[in-house]
Each structure stands twice: as structure tokens, then as C-alpha cells.
Design a protein around this ligand. Structure first.
Ligand code: F6P
Length: 557
């Protein structure tokens, strides 16, 4: 058997001089507290910040000094971050295990730019597809596109999973304010039939359009749901011919789409150089474009592009995604943080943490370097989160007083899209409350409250230790003027490129996802066993065998 622990080319990262200097630096400064760093440096709060594409990043509440930053930037140089950024934008096959480019940046490249993949300029194809999507979206929005029985479409159901779901649903929720309100989108991903049944139970099939999104068009969940949706639609409308007016597909697999029965003119394509989790601004975003319209979809692409250009052209020390990526490396590899909380102070961003989970963990949850050696350092943090202020009344207890270090990203906006009541300042009182919580939480996490302070406020001495806050809990704050298609696009690109930067430092391939394969293969075999007429002899381990036997006994035959 192959010994996967025997490195072929041993990982070099930990022997780089910058890594070793960071290790020594961390040892030397491990006791330093954020309140000392702020007290000794009044300019810190403004100096440790950067701005790009409408986003202001304050990273002064991270547990770093100017020296930390200098060393992290040296690490980035020694890992070749600048060269890898250039290679990505150029279209080099940086997804080495799949021998492909990772060119999601081409999806938002302006007309006139040239990006070659195998000698072909892909930018004209991208824009041709955007025009086709726009014509379709306009037809649905205006009512020119009619269903089989002549009715206009009122509900769009996106069927897809992973990158073919999380991006569109996150962005639809985020940009609901900008959506056409007499049309709604729903999203079905889980192979649990409940998802589809609940999404369709109150609908008239004659007013419903399904967008089946799957890069490969082989994904079990998506194809199963798409077939069930087709059966529902045909049963209600009484004819197979209805499929043509109620189903369109987004895929790279024209053959698979044709086999399902969707005509080529109702298929919107994209390319194998777009990874699933990087595809929300390709045709995978069709449901979003229907919801917000082509113009605002274009504004979102402009936001992505603004961050792309910043990432590509800005020196590392002022480069937002690079800084965020390096801070993640610092927190993971030197402070030992295993998770990263994402806390949007915006209800519209409720699905953003889920979106970032796939983006980050499917990209960087890897243990093999590009040369096939097992890493001897930690890679991706576990990403999780909930919108503030809900999280404050649930898990923030652990953030403030728990025993793990959980770096937090706070995300907020200066203006609300839903003003209710102005306060004395003339601005919206409820939004001020929301943002007061944002600012207060970052302050409380960083500076805490000492035992002395608690006692001086007259607390019962026996309870006082429980009421102290150590502080020194790292966070970054991201602030934009308002949530808009542009600021959302820039935010997503910011995280995409931060994830890429981390992947470059860790020397892993952030664009493959081999780790999802084993479970899929085993599920295929298991599904056959569950569906077999005569219960086959089970040859799994004793735990799986027992679980399957119990399931068989108790399920409804
Ligand atoms: O199983 C993981 C995955 O391949 C993701 O990377 C992808 O986003 C998702 O499944 C859906 O794949 P597809 O778009 O091909 O249906």
C-alpha cells in the first residue's frame, strides 16, 4: 500500500526564513495584549487599515504588530504570491490536479480584454453568454416569456447544489431589495424530497420556471430533484410539451442537458475553467439575473471587477485580499485558531456564512501540497457564522469567554436599505442600534473587562471572576457604504482572492475537491443496496451494516 505519509517532495513552507522568523516572533510576543498595543500606539486603529472597491478593512484588532505584518508580507513574497496572482489572471493551468485554469476572473473581464485559454480568447464568449442570459432574464421579467398554458412566470426555482446553489441563493437573499417583487426565486438543493415538495406545494406549475443548474449535469441530488420537478410539472400541466416552457438548464454538459430533454436554445453554458464554488457570476447566476435584472447583475460584475483589479495591481502591503489571507494564515498557523467566524451585521447577508463555508473549506480543506506531500502545518480554518445580532444571543458567549481563539470577521454597512425611524442624529435609529452592536462587539472582544474593573463596579467578589473578560480576541471589521450589487460583488471577490492567497501560502490546490468523491462513490453502492428487491448480504463494517439493517426494518416498504 502507498504510504501517503511519506513525502515525495517534503513541504518547504516551514523551512522558509519568513516562517521561522514568524515562529520566533510569535514566541517573543505571545503575551502581548491588544490593549497594550493600542495604548502604546494611538495611530494603530487608522494605520492598520486598507480600502478597496468600496470596502474599508480595519485589521487593527488582529493580534499583530507592524513586525508581524512585515514578516507575513515577506512570507507572501517567499511563497510567490505575486507570481501566482499573475498566473491566475493570465489563465495558466494553476488547478494542477485537474490540469485547468481557474479563470473566474474572466467572467467579469471587460470587453476588449484578451484572456487566452488554449489559444482562444474567452472574453467574447463570456459576453455573448451574458447577452443571452440578459435576453432571457428580460423576457421572464417582462412577461414576454410565457408558460405552457400562456401564463406569465411568477416563481423561479433554481435546482442545484453546492456552487450551483449557494452562490445564487446567497446573492438572491443579499440583493432581495433590488429584486422585481412580483417574481420570486426559490432554491432546491437537498436530495431530501421535502425540499422540492415544500418549494412547490403552493405553486401553479403554469407560473413556475425551473432553472436546473449543474456544471457537470451528473450530480445525483440535482438530477433527482430535476426529474421529480419535471414529473410535478407534467402532472399539473398534463403534457410533456410543458417541459420546454418550464425548464431551462445551466451547465457545461450539453449532452447531459439534451438527454434530460432540454433543448440547446434553453441551455446556458459556461466553461470547465470556472470552478463550481467560483461560478455565481457565470450563467449559474441566471436566477439572480432574473430577480434583479441584467443591469444590476452588471453592477455586481463591476464590483467583482473592481476588487479583481485591486488584487491584481496593488502592492501586497495595501492589498485587501492579500492582507486578509495573510491574517488567516497568522491566526491559523501561529495563533492556533481552528475556526473563523463570519458575522454579517446585515440580515440580507444571512446566507453569506454558508456561501463562505463552501468557498473556503472546499478550496483549502486540503492536506496534500501541490507536489503530493502531506502538509506539516494546518490549512483551512473551519468557517461558520450567523448574522449579528442573532449570534450575540447564542454563541457569542464562547467568543468572549470560551477557551478557543475564534478570529471574527465583522461585516457591516453605513446605510440601511430599510430605514424606519430617524433618531436625533437624523439617521435611522434601528440601523444605528444594529451598528452600535457591531462596534461594541469588536471592542469587547479586543479589550475585555478586567477583574479590577468588575470589582470597582461593586460586583459580588465571588461572581466577579465570571464577569471578567480577558479580551485579546482577534477580529477584523469590514465596512461599506451600503449593500448593493456592486458592494456584494466586491465582497465576494475579496473572499475569493483571500482564499486563493491562503492556498498559495499553504502550497495546495484551492480549485480541486477530490475530498468529496469517496462519500459519493460509497453512497452510490449503498443506494443500490437499499433499493434492491431482495436484501443483499451487507459487506460494510459492523456499524454501517447494523444501521442499514435497522433502517430497512423500520422504513415503510
Ligand atoms: O460535490 C461537490 C461539488 O462538485 C461542488 O464542487 C459543486 O459545486 C457541486 O458538487 C455541484 O456540482 P455540479 O454543479 O456539477 O452539479
Amino acid at each position: 500500500m502507498t504510504d501517503f505519509n511519506a513525502p515525495r517532495t517534503p513541504p518547504k513552507l516551514t523551512s522558509l526564513s519568513a516562517w521561522q522568523a514568524l515562529t520566533a516572533h510569535h514566541e517573543q510576543h505571545r503575551g502581548q495584549h491588544l490593549h497594550e498595543l493600542f495604548a502604546s500606539d494611538p495611530g494603530r486603529g487608522e494605520r492598520l487599515s486598507a480600502e478597496a472597491a468600496g470596502w474599508y478593512l480595519d485589521y487593527s484588532k488582529q493580534r499583530i504588530t507592524d513586525d508581524t505584518l512585515r514578516l507575513l508580507l515577506q512570507l507572501a513574497e517567499q511563497c510567490g504570491v505575486s507570481e501566482r496572482i499573475a498566473a491566475m489572471f493570465r489563465g495558466d493551468a494553476i488547478n494542477t490536479t485537474e490540469h485547468r485554469a481557474a479563470l473566474h476572473t474572466a467572467l467579469r473581464a471587460p470587453t476588449g480584454t484578451q484572456i487566452l485559454v488554449d489559444g482562444v480568447d474567452v472574453v467574447p464568449e463570456v459576453h455573448a453568454m451574458l447577452r443571452r442570459m440578459a435576453a432571457f432574464a428580460d423576457a421572464v421579467r417582462s412577461g414576454a416569456w410565457r408558460g405552457h398554458s400562456g401564463k406569465r412566470i411568477r416563481t423561479v426555482i433554481n435546482i442545484g447544489i453546492g456552487g450551483s446553489d449557494l452562490g445564487p441563493v446567497m446573492a438572491y437573499e443579499a440583493l432581495r431589495h433590488y429584486s422585481q417583487r412580483d417574481l420570486q426565486c426559490r432554491f432546491v438543493s437537498n436530495v431530501d424530497a421535502t425540499a422540492l415538495v415544500e418549494a412547490t406545494r403552493d405553486l401553479d406549475a403554469g407560473e413556475t420556471l425551473f432553472i436546473v443548474c449543474s456544471k457537470t449535469f451528473t450530480t445525483l441530488e440535482t438530477l433527482t430533484n430535476a426529474h421529480a420537478a419535471r414529473a410535478w410539472c407534467v402532472a399539473q400541466l398534463g403534457s410533456d410539451a410543458a417541459v420546454a416552457r418550464h425548464f431551462v438548464a445551466v451547465s457545461t454538459n450539453a449532452e447531459g442537458v439534451a438527454q434530460f430533454g432540454i433543448a440547446p436554445e434553453h441551455m446556458f453554458g459556461f466553461w470547465d475553467w470556472v470552478g463550481g464554488r467560483y461560478s455565481m457570476d457565470s450563467a449559474i447566476g441566471l436566477s439572480l439575473m432574473v430577480a434583479i435584472g441584467p443591469v444590476q447583475f452588471g453592477d455586481m460584475l463591476a464590483g467583482f471587477r473592481a476588487m479583481d483589479e485591486h488584487f491584481k495591481n496593488t502592492p501586497l502591503a495595501q492589498n485587501l485580499p492579500v492582507l486578509m489571507g495573510l491574517l488567516a494564515v497568522w491566526n491559523t498557523n501561529f495563533l492556533g485558531a481552528q475556526t473563523q467566524a463570519v458575522l454579517p451585521y446585515a440580515q440580507y447577508l444571512s446566507r453569506f456564512p454558508a456561501y463562505l463555508q463552501q468557498l473556503t473549506m472546499e478550496s483549502n480543506g486540503k492536506h496534500m501540497t501541490l507536489t503530493g506531500a502531506r502538509v506539516n502545518y494546518a490549512t483551512s480554518a473551519i468557517v461558520w457564522g450567523e448574522p449579528g445580532t442573532n449570534g450575540q444571543h447564542s454563541f457569542y458567549q464562547l467568543l468572549h469567554q470560551g477557551t478557543s481563539t475564534v478570529p471574527c470577521d465583522f461585516i457591516g454597512f453605513c446605510q440601511t436599505l430599510n430605514p424606519l425611524e430617524p433618531d436625533a442624529s437624523g439617521s435611522d435609529s434601528q440601523h444605528n442600534l444594529l451598528m452600535a452592536n457591531f462596534f461594541a462587539q469588536t471592542e469587547a472582544l479586543a479589550f475585555g473587562k478586567s477583574l479590577q474593573q468588575v470589582l470597582s463596579e461593586g460586583a459580588d467578589p465571588s461572581v466577579a471572576p465570571h464577569r471578567t473578560f480577558e479580551g485579546n480576541r482577534p477580529s477584523s471589521s469590514l465596512l461599506a457604504e451600503r449593500l448593493s450589487p456592486h458592494s456584494l460583488g466586491a465582497l465576494v471577490a475579496l473572499y475569493e482572492h483571500s482564499v486563493f492567497t491562503q492556498g498559495v501560502v499553504w502550497n495546495i490546490d484551492p480549485f480541486d475537491q477530490w475530498g468529496v468523491e469517496l462519500g459519493k462513490v460509497l453512497a452510490g453502492t449503498t443506494a443500490k443496496e437499499l433499493a434492491a428487491v431482495d436484501a443483499p448480504q451487507l459487506a460494510h463494517d459492523s456499524s454501517t451494516n447494523a444501521l442499514m439493517r435497522r433502517y430497512r426494518q423500520l422504513r415503510k416498504e
